[in-house]
Write a protein that binds this ligand. Structure first.
Ligand code: UDX
Length: 494
């Protein structure tokens, strides 16, 4: 491996390990690029980013390297034996992650012998097991990247301390379908008033709620006691109470240094699907702020009934729309027939793609609103572009994010849920909410609020901005307390 280094040079070599899911890959790559951009002595930071792939057979377990054009970032294809997005449960997925431990040891060993020894791991919170163990065994510092909101981390922190509330109380609140609208917490420091239905639940293909809460607790305890630092993709002005509490109360230093919303393409692309660029040409032909962008992220699923209600609502609202119809989004309906049905009923007001270049869409002047599942990445990408949100949360942190969007930041609307145990939205509700967002007075107030947040988010990286100051502090911390490597003659060799 060529390294472009000089003997005696001091450097920090970061090995970045993602959690292999769309909503996690992108923030890690964006954070690595942010570090590379701001590192004081740019040339002395190298990043190696792991790309997991499923090996074809047991003999196919080699690493392969690919350099980014400026050679400060390289990507390594890394075999992940049980890698599949279709595992039966999250517990199986978490267990399967443990098998990367020996490969990580081998890769780090490889760098020790043939390249620049790894001096720091930057890894997703969800990969705490096994990456924290690898870091500890090898005496390397680990920075954990928490890809969701500060408030979500604070909730995990409380659950793991077990005094303000316990996992049992959380489980009871989540499972009490008839008490969905009851208050779960009202005056817990750092958190807004949360209802039972706002709590993160993980009912997707299987119900993994308890598994994920317990896994998050264990991961957080390990991060809080053993990680070098935790970084968050949020900023102080967005979540002042949660950010303040985390940085004051945790044992591990917590740096809120977001938002990272850089567009990734080419050598740094993390997209797991091909983006259909044709929608940008279509958006170019639409009036300013006239298009509702509809996307449910990478994992959300809609029932057939829900899809039909949504389609009715969207069509009856008479608004222009761009709809991301990810294959697998709708239970029991295939992509082609759903897409045909939408287009045939849209009277030329709609455009359908199976995956969009979302950041380019949200920053397009024709987009006036976002009907979103409220995944954290979609939420902050909307904030960074000043686009108000119509919330359609499905699972995980999405209901909690929606609570912030509607009640705290006042840049969005939420539907009234009625049928299917509180999960169904009537088509009339959908139509009315879309109209309010896109053309009503309420919508223009929400748009104004979204714009104000956009301003705040961009000020964070101006001089003396909160995220820039904290990023400086993080980088200083990395430069002073993480042991640098020194390029030796052997490590310069290919
Ligand atoms: C998952 C969880 O579902 C979510 O609750 C959690 O907050 C993050 O992890 P996901 O469903 O993938 O996330 O949603 P989100 O966090 O919004 O991330 C989706 C990413 O895919 C965004 O970066 C978005 O820009 C991108 N995207 C989405 C596209 O590039 N094109 C699309 O068509 C749709």
């Amino acid at each position: 491996m060529a390294t472009h280094t000089t003997e005696g040079e001091r450097y920090l070599h970061v090995l970045a390990v993602p959690f292999p899911a769309q909503g996690h890959l992108t923030p890690l790559m964006r954070f690595c690029k942010l570090l590379l951009k701001h590192y004081q002595n740019r040339g002395s930071l190298r990043v190696t980013f792991l790309d997991f792939y499923p090996p074809n057979d047991s003999a196919d377990h080699s690493f392969s390297f690919k350099f980014h054009h400026d050679r400060l970032l390289q990507r390594v294809r890394f075999p992940f034996p049980n890698f599949s997005q279709q595992l039966p449960s999250l517990q199986t997925f978490f267990d399967s992650l443990l098998c990367i431990e020996s490969g990580l040891h081998q890769l780090i060993q490889f760098f020790n012998c043939h390249g620049l020894p790894v001096t720091c791991l930057v890894t997703d919170f969800m990969t705490t097991f096994p990456t924290q163990d690898v870091a500890d065994k090898l005496g390397i510092s680990r920075i954990a990247l928490f890809t969701l909101s500060a408030s979500r981390l604070l909730l995990i922190n409380y659950a793991s301390q077990n005094d303000t509330f316990s996992i049992e109380q959380v489980m009871d609140a989540i499972n009490s379908t008839e008490r969905r609208d009851e208050v779960f917490c009202d005056s817990v420091p750092g958190l807004p008033r949360l209802l039972n239905k706002d709590l993160p639940q993980f009912k997707h293909i299987t119900d993994d709620t308890r598994t994920v809460w317990e896994f998050a607790n264990r991961s957080w305890k390990a991060c809080n006691s053993r990680a070098h630092a935790v970084v968050l993709n949020t900023f102080e002005e967005l979540e002042p109470s949660a950010c303040g509490l985390l940085s004051d109360d945790c044992d591990v230093p917590v740096y809120d240094v977001g938002l990272w919303i850089e567009s990734l393409s080419g050598d740094t692309s993390t997209s797991m699907r091909e983006e259909d660029e044709r929608c940008i040409g279509w958006l170019d032909q639409q009036p300013t702020s006239s298009v509702l962008y509809i996307s449910f992220g990478s994992t959300t699923m809609l029932s057939k009934g829900q899809f039909e209600a949504l389609l009715h609502g969207v069509i009856d609202s008479k608004q222009r729309f761009l709809w991301v119809l990810r294959p697998g989004l709708i239970d029991d309906i295939d992509y082609c027939s759903a897409s045909k049905e939408i287009i045939s009923r849209s009277e030329n007001r709609g455009f359908v793609v199976d995956w969009a270049p979302q950041l380019r869409v949200l920053s397009h002047s024709s987009v006036g609103g976002f009907l979103s599942h409220c995944g954290w990445n979609s939420t902050i990408e909307s904030i960074a572009n000043g686009v108000p949100i119509l919330c359609w949360p499905y699972f995980a942190d999405q209901h909690m994010n929606a609570r912030f969007i509607v009640d705290e930041w006042r840049m969005g609307l939420q539907f009234k849920h009625t049928g299917e145990g509180g999960y169904l939205v009537e088509s009339y509700e959908i139509e009315t909410a879309i109209r309010s967002l896109m053309e009503g007075k309420e919508g223009s107030i929400l748009r104004k609020n979204a714009h104000a947040l956009k301003q705040k988010s961009s000020q964070c990286f101006e001089s003396s901005g909160s995220s820039l100051l904290k990023l400086d502090a993080l980088i200083k911390d990395m430069e002073t307390s993480i042991q640098c490597g020194t390029v030796s003659s052997s490590s310069c060799k290919s």
